[in-house]
Design a protein around this ligand. Sequence first.
Ligand SMILES: [Zn+2]
Ligand SMILES: [Zn+2]
Length: 131
Amino acid sequence: MNSVGRPPELDSKGEPVQKSLVNVTIPSKLANFLKKKGINRSKLFTDVVKKMYNNELCPRCYGEDLHKGLVGIFCTDCEPAAYRVQGSFHWVQLFNCENCDSRYKPPYNMFANSKEVPKGCWDCIPKEKRL
Ligand SMILES: [Zn+2]
Ligand SMILES: [Zn+2]
């Protein structure tokens, strides 16, 4: 059996993302341009909103429950707090270490500090020096 249309977009819990129809009014020349290029307006609008508000919206579940931690920004809408263990957050954005510029990569590269370095990471502070 052939399936019609594209498969539904799933959120981080595997549930179909709920969709709403929105009407937008744009200049006719812009509308013609999009039509001529064959650009999917729903996808375009979603992509633009995700890009413009990438620190306010989770790109996986579209939730707004984002939190800033030491190593990055994570979404708590994706996973209830009770199930969270260190390193398994749904990271929306990961920061770079202020000391060595390595990207934090939980659980492989986490925040660390030492007597000499107040804000570092596992890459730049050897285990025996970490506080
Ligand atoms: Zn999320
Ligand atoms: Zn570092």
